[in-house]
Design a protein around this ligand. Structure first.
Ligand code: CAA
Length: 254
């Protein structure tokens, strides 16, 4: 089951399948994809937090019992569904924050990697143990782990399947901070981001997503164009004027 809790402009999405450490079966992953689609299309949503129910797990991966019966075509469809959920987290206009409250393994680590920001509880354990099952990461892990931690670290982790604790995750850049309770830290950042201009955040996210791929010169040109275009927004006028007038800006998303 996927729970979506809306508090003002912040949506907290909780994966709740605690008898399997929040591992994702078809029903749960489909529901997650559907909820993320709705949140991506909702202008009122300024920040999305992803977490797991209970104390033990964020998401312990794709459901291994389900995967043990898949043929090639079914496995491809399963990979595509996970990619779709990850792409929504990565590309939706609102910033996305993973609050990793325990095991984030395989597909769980991959969903966290698709978020813009990751925070971990001190009991968090992250990794890509697929190699131990004779398979490979299939929801973005071969690509996004390298983008977040660098290729050398990523290869070691995906080749060995080694799981890292919160302290090491912080050291290798896999998470941005370690904090208990982790949801409190995520909510604090979410409130901060919700006070900023959603237009500026959306455009920064789009541009930053291009930073590690494509043509550098073209990406810089896109940044230059976007920077200029943004000066037609009320939020840019408000932010610049508020500084000059020595007051706090109020951003309205226009
Ligand atoms: N799929 C299905 N069920 C899972 C699961 C998973 N990924 N992870 C945990 N569970 C289930 C267990 O089978 C167990 O259920 P039963 O009581 O019915 O047997 C229940 O959750 C509790 O788990 P454990 O008893 O194993 O709990 P533990 O505290 O002893 O161990 C753990 C915790 C180390 C996380 C262990 O459960 C584990 O290794 N899980 C598998 C982690 C994994 O390999 N994830 C990657 C999956 S592959 C993938 O995700 C592919 C991809 O890229 C898309």
């Amino acid at each position: 089951m996927i729970l979506v809790d809306r508090e003002d402009a912040v949506a907290v999405v909780t994966v709740d399948r605690q008898d399997a450490l929040n591992a994702l079966d078809v029903a749960t992953l489909t529901e997650l994809r559907d909820r993320l689609r709705e949140l991506a299309a909702d202008d009122e949503v300024r920040v999305v937090i992803l977490t797991g129910a209970g104390e033990k797990a964020f998401v312990a991966g794709a459901d291994i019992k389900y995967m043990s019966g898949l043929d090639v075509d079914e496995a491809k469809a399963w990979g595509a569904l996970g990619h779709e959920a990850g792409r929504l987290l990565e590309t939706m206009p609102a910033p996305t924050i993973a609050a990793v409250n325990g095991f984030a393994l395989g597909g769980g680590c991959e969903l966290a990697l698709a978020c813009d920001i990751r925070y971990a509880a001190t009991n968090a354990k992250l990794g890509q143990p697929e190699v131990n099952l004779g398979i490979i990461p299939g929801w973005g892990g071969t690509q996004r782990l390298a983008r977040v931690c660098g290729l050398g670290v990523a290869k070691e982790l995906i080749f060995t399947g080694r799981v890292v604790d919160a302290e090491e995750a912080l050291r290798i850049g896999l998470v941005n901070a370690v904090h208990d309770p982790v949801l409190e830290k995520a909510r604090e950042t979410a409130a901060l981001l919700a006070s900023k201009s959603p237009i500026a955040l959306r455009l920064m996210k789009e541009l930053a997503n291009r930073a590690l791929g494509g043509d550098h010169a073209a990406n810089l040109e896109a940044e230059g164009d976007t920077f200029g275009e943004l000066f037609s927004s009320e939020d840019a006028r408000e932010g610049l004027t508020a500084f000059v007038e020595k007051r706090e800006p109020v951003f309205r998303g226009r």
